[in-house]
Design a protein around this ligand. Structure first.
Ligand SMILES: [Mn+2]
Length: 490
């Protein structure tokens, strides 16, 4: 498709405009910039059209000027955007349907209207591939490889890494395509460094305080987690901590040992709860779409949601209780025997590779990616091996530590966080979660994805763990528990 566009642009002396979606993410920005650079290198006048400032990832994609108008009759390429209303702007309407092209990796559900339908494009002008992790991954094969320079390869790598949550979610050819990009000169580790966007400490403290109210309940041989916020709690979280739509933070409840069901409810407008459900193939593989459908919601097998209207202001507890009951009943009606997770030879080798490369962040090369790819194809369970599961107690301990940070610390621009625990604190935490001092100190790794200058946890006996802005942990922990914890002498 792109080669055809180049030919047309040259023959008809047209300019090419590239568009992507609102609130552009790594894939939208870098696929747009990669296409522009590629076209320019072929002598075509091309531009990524945005009407709002884009500052993210500028070390990889460069500065992107704001555009307010385009020439009539130019060529438009719309990337990563599944509907017209999702587009950052609609200046592409200045191009005729023959001169408008779409490249996207979002799936088209039966009966749904996609941007190509709205714009009445012919099928030759559309490249829609939901087997690709990202538009950047589609471009690896769409662009001619000998014309992909290292700068373009870096941009494509950025979009591929951000849309897969740094290789957490893979499609069938993702690793092979990443490997091609490395061979074309992409600096994998440099790009990886730029796609770690850190979260805001103030928001994290608010979320942690909220998560401390999580309840658990038995569901089959496993347990479920449920957390609900009424309208006053939602308001408080937004006012004090800047957290909006808190039910979307349900991903924080992910990857907890033996937890098969996660549920978060937020009364974002008085009288109506927005509810999110999650489950995991690893424990129970509960079909939560069925639960959402009961309440006229929708979504996917392991991730769904719905909205429930309530009549009076005190409905929270009743709603929670009925969801617990419904989920338990549905779970047992669906339940097939839980497959025991047994590690095959392939799993063991995969797990060794993931350990030695720190989950594909260090020392990664095309050969390693090819080996991981072939292990997955031979049946290794990448999904399970890549994740690190933690106990519910450890999850709560992290929330306890974060929730103790006072506003004087989280209000700083580049916070230095020092948490001093008293003996009473430690006794209470130990009793509640059955943990020891080392485990308390090791929760310092909770700060690795938060924007801080430094953080430390100090116990009354002087033992201490610290983390710097680069995520380097120093801790005087008796047995080294984690790979990224190194011992120092006291
Ligand atoms: Mn995308």
């Amino acid at each position: 498709m792109i080669e055809g566009i180049i030919e047309k642009a040259k023959k008809e002396n047209k300019k090419v405009y590239v568009y992507a979606h609102k609130f552009p993410d790594g894939d939208a920005i870098s696929s747009s910039r990669a296409v522009v650079e590629y076209l320019k290198s072929q002598g075509i006048d091309a531009q990524y059209v945005v009407t709002n400032e884009v500052r993210a990832f500028n070390q990889i994609v460069g500065n992107i000027p704001i555009t307010t108008s385009v020439e009539k009759d130019g060529i438009s390429i719309i990337l990563d955007t599944s509907t017209v209303s999702y587009a950052e702007n609609t200046l592409f309407k200045n191009s005729s349907p023959e001169n408008t092209y779409v490249i996207d990796h979002h799936g088209k559900v039966d009966g749904a209207v996609c941007i190509e339908d709205e714009l009445e494009l012919s099928s030759e002008n559309v490249l829609r591939d939901s087997n690709a992790s990202s538009v950047c991954e589609i471009l690896v094969n769409e662009l001619e490889q000998e014309k992909i320079n290292p700068q373009i390869a870096n941009m494509l790598t950025l979009g591929l890494l951000t849309d897969t949550a740094k290789l957490k979610f893979l499609k069938s050819d993702t690793l092979q395509n990443l490997s091609k990009l490395m061979e074309l000169g992409a600096d994998y580790e440099q790009v990886l460094g730029f796609c770690t966007r850190k979260s805001n400490l103030r928001e994290e403290v608010g979320i942690a305080q909220t998560l401390l109210k999580t309840k658990t309940f038995p569901i089959g041989d496993t347990f479920g987690m449920i957390l609900s916020m009424d309208n006053s709690e939602v308001d408080e979280l937004s006012r004090t901590f800047g957290v909006r739509s808190p039910q979307k933070k349900i991903f924080k409840m992910g990857d907890i040992e033996n937890c098969s069901f996660m549920c978060m409810l937020a009364e974002n407008t008085p009288g109506e709860y927005n509810i999110e459900f999650r489950s995991t193939p690893i424990y129970g593989n509960f079909n939560v779409l069925q639960l959402a459908t009961l309440h006229r919601g929708g979504g996917h097998y392991n991730a769904s949601g719905c909205a429930i209207k309530v009549k009076d202001a005190n409905s929270k507890a009743r709603l929670e209780e009925s969801l617990q009951q419904e989920s338990s009943e549905l779970y047992s009606s669906q339940a097939t025997d839980l497959p025991q997770i047994t590690l095959s030879e392939q799993d063991k080798e995969l797990s060794q590779i993931l350990d030695s490369t720190k989950r594909l962040t260090e020392g990664v090369n095309p050969e390693i990616l090819a080996r991981v790819d072939s292990l997955i194809k031979a049946g290794a369970n990448y999904d399970y091996t890549f994740k690190t599961f933690k106990s519910f107690e450890r999850f709560m301990l992290q929330n306890e530590i974060l929730s103790r940070i006072p506003s004087s610390m989280y209000s700083q621009r580049q916070p230095n966080v020092d948490i001093l625990l008293s003996q009473e604190d430690i006794d209470a935490l130990t009793k509640k979660y059955n943990i020891n001092e080392d485990e308390i100190l090791s929760t310092i790794d909770s700060f690795s994805n938060i924007n801080i200058s430094s953080a430390s946890i100090t116990l009354p006996n002087g033992r201490k763990s610290t983390i710097d802005r680069n995520g380097i942990i120093t801790a005087d922990i008796i047995q080294t528990r984690r790979d990224n914890t190194r011992e120092i002498s006291k």
